[in-house]
Write a protein that binds this ligand. Structure first.
Ligand code: HDD
Length: 687
């Protein structure tokens, strides 16, 4: 048999040399001569069953998919490291927190919860923030979210909340959205969801980037030190780029124009060397103080306000390497809340206990058997020795006759690890009680922290929550469900909230009976109070046509890049545009492939011919109007201001920076603010 030398594929193949010397082989290592033609009897004859290469290739293709995760199916991940700032020996014996000179490798996967693997990144949803630390004493998985609380208090309700949130069973509609009857029906009947609903409907539900969101371990865990002293701990990840969000209109448009917006953002940042960073912070609560705190630490629908227990920043997470292969790493990674190391232990949070079972169990179906920890991405760096040898997809080949314990045939191996040798010992917590299906009275307050969150928001943040609820409940078809959410949930949270949502839905406004706790507001909860000091990695869209002012572009580019931002040149079509100096610059994006929602700010340089051309382009006018409506920074130099005027926009509105002294510095300061919510008349601007 010879390669079909006449085919186009064969011609193309000849153009590539073979520098690696790596030949195509079957899975059993047999070199392959032709992978473009199946084995046939004559060139036009039937295909032969003996074509083992065809059969293997198709068989492998037929089985390429594994079941997607039942939740958090859509995600993106990266490698990196964690480094402690100082020894935490007084709090925990975990090795990962002992030596500040040591870097512990990590793999971090971000995700949405409700959508399928192919759904859009920017759906309104909670984001998963799962970190696998490959520590020297085994893997520690901190499987958290970008929201510090959860929908339910007991894991037995997890299938219910997820079934309600996922597409409805009869027609599988809608995808990656909670704006439908079954979700809100559940919410209306389960008041413990109230606090999490406030967070999910807030701007936290539509992050600007995975790189710009908080992470939380959610549950209360234990730190246990070498002396066996236990303290309660809550984990927080704080992004060094600050916490920023999209607006809802942008999220929806991005879902159409770039459904991979978040995974692309993470990938590109790492490829460009802009490694995302977070600080790990802990809230430590002495066991003796737990009862007087006034917050049930075992209830995952509650947070501990930073004003009560401050955050202590204990180390840094850096993501510096993209995966080599999406499937092998991001898809096959298996996190489990039960993966803890000596020095980290559980509390009796009933949500956590159900999770400890669920994550181990789900991998059996998803990864085809019990050996998933042998997959390269899950394999610990710490050595493993045990008698669990068999099962589907065993990779390593255990030696020896003894696969039981105790044994003498294997010389007694593997031996047990004493405390001094780092053996894991569960914290000997005292427990007594009757076997009952019941929640403690301390789990019954469902509204005080929902109200705390809403009251702690800035005015614009509150408006966004109201608008999100009007959208979501507006999509609910059954009026009795809408009414129940308004009357049974929102009325117990806040008077303004319930009034505005009810009015937006055309429902009677019920009497508000907000439930208040000990703390009235927690300023730390508002995104407005997070740091806004940098434009690092921010993308600024530049609108250009032939004749743009080359000096304007050059000066702004220099200033923005010095501050760590990036200009993206946008014109009517791809190719080049000519500046006032006669030089051509390459266009990065054409108007048909992009939109203002892909950028953090907009810049329009001067140049009479360029601006005159832009004024006639509907896309350019729409671009600036949309950015204005989304409250982004707009910078204009010289004639650039005319484009804004032609679009009916004010050049003196907040966040609009017109030419003048210190233009670069003022524009940068405006971009760092991320949004300028107090922009007048924005509701009247088309977008
Ligand atoms: Fe979960 C995946 C986060 C409650 C059952 N969950 C999963 C992932 C994250 C979370 C980030 C994706 C991990 C990855 O990237 O592979 N889940 C949470 C948080 C919760 C939570 C922060 C509440 C504090 N989860 C929760 C409960 C249960 C589960 C109560 C079941 C009783 N979660 C699962 C699961 C998943 C999962 C079904 C799907 C895929 C997987 O585990 O590996 O077992």
């Amino acid at each position: 048999m010879s390669i079909d030398a006449g085919s186009k594929t064969a011609d193309l193949r000849k153009e590539f040399s073979d520098p690696s010397g790596q030949k195509l082989t079957t899975d059993t290592g047999v070199p392959i001569e032709d992978t473009d033609n199946s084995l046939k009897v004559g060139a036009r004859g039937p295909t032969l069953l003996e074509d083992f290469h065809l059969r293997e290739k198709i068989m492998r293709f037929d089985h390429e998919r594994i079941p997607e995760r039942v939740v958090h199916a859509r995600g993106a991940a990266a490698h990196g490291y964690f480094q402690a700032y100082e020894s935490l020996a007084e709090l925990t014996r975990a090795k990962v927190f002992q030596d500040p000179s040591k870097k512990t490798p990590v793999f971090v996967r971000f995700s949405t919860v409700a959508g399928s693997r192919g759904s859009a990144d920017t759906a309104r949803d909670v984001r998963g923030f799962a970190v696998k630390f490959y520590t020297e004493e085994g893997n520690w998985d901190l499987v958290g979210n970008n929201i510090p609380v959860f929908f339910i208090q007991d894991g037995i309700k997890f299938p219910d909340i997820i079934h309600a949130a996922k597409p409805e069973p009869h027609n599988e509609i809608p995808q990656a959205a909670t704006a439908h009857d079954s979700f809100w029906d559940f919410v209306s009947l389960v008041p413990e969801t109230a606090h999490m609903i406030m967070w999910a409907m807030s701007d936290r539900g539509i992050p600007r980037s995975y790189r710009m969101m908080d992470g939380f371990g959610v549950h209360t865990f234990r730190f246990v030190n070498a002396q066996g002293v236990s303290r309660f701990v809550k984990f927080h990840w704080k992004p060094l780029l600050g916490v920023h969000s999209l607006v809802w209109d942008e999220s929806q448009k991005l879902a159409g124009k770039d459904a991979d917006y978040h995974r692309r953002d993470l990938w590109e940042a790492i490829e460009k060397g802009h490694f995302p960073e977070w600080e790990l912070a802990v809230q430590i609560i002495e066991e003796a103080d737990a009862d007087t705190l006034g917050i049930e630490l075992l209830d995952s629908t509650k947070l501990v306000p930073e004003e009560l227990v401050p955050l202590r920043r204990v180390g840094k997470l850096v993501l510096d390497r993209n995966p080599t292969n999406y499937f092998a790493e991001t898809e096959q990674v298996a996190f489990c809340t039960a993966n803890v190391v000596p020095g980290i232990d559980f509390t009796d949070d009933p949500l956590l206990h159900a999770r400890n079972f669920s994550y181990l169990d789900t991998q059996l179906t998803r990864l085809g058997g019990p050996n998933f920890n042998q997959l390269p991405i899950n394999r610990p760096l710490a050595p493993t020795h045990n008698n669990q040898h068999d099962g589907f997809q065993r990779h390593s080949i255990p030696a020896g006759k003894a696969n039981y314990s105790p044994n003498s045939l294997g010389g007694g191996c593997p031996f047990l690890a004493s405390q001094e040798q780092g053996g894991y010992r569960h914290f000997p917590q005292k427990v007594t009680g009757e076997k009952i299906r019941k929640r403690a009275d301390s789990f019954q307050d469902h509204f005080s922290q929902a109200g705390l969150f809403f009251r702690s928001m800035s005015k614009p943040e509150q408006e966004h929550i109201i608008q999100a609820l009007q959208f979501e409940l507006g999509k609910v078809e059954r009026e009795e469900v809408r009414k129940r959410v308004v009357e049974q949930i929102l009325a117990n949270i806040d008077a303004t909230l319930v009034q505005e949502v009810a009015e937006g839905l055309g429902l009677p406004v019920p009497k508000a009976t907000p439930v208040k706790g000990k703390i009235d507001t927690s300023p730390a909860l508002s995104m407005e109070n997070q740091k806004k000091d940098s434009i690092k990695t921010r993308r600024i869209g530049v609108l250009l046509a032939d004749g743009f002012d080359a000096a304007d572009l050059q000066n702004t580019k220099a200033a923005i890049e010095k501050a760590g931002g990036e200009l993206v040149l946008i014109a009517k079509r791809l190719g080049t545009v000519k500046g006032s100096d006669g030089k051509a610059v390459k266009v990065d994006k054409s108007a048909v492939t992009t939109g203002s929602f892909e950028y953090d700010a907009v810049f329009v340089p001067g140049g009479a011919a360029s601006v005159a051309a832009l004024k006639k382009e509907g896309d350019a006018l729409h671009f600036v109007q949309e950015a204005y409506r989304h409250c982004k920074a707009l910078g204009v130099t010289k004639e650039g201001a005319e484009l804004l005027k032609a679009a009916g926009l004010s050049t003196s509105a907040p966040g609009v920076v017109a030419d003048g002294q210190d233009f670069g510095a003022k524009f940068i300061a405006a971009i760092a603010q991320h949004r300028h919510w107090d922009r007048h008349d924005k509701e009247h601007v088309p977008a």
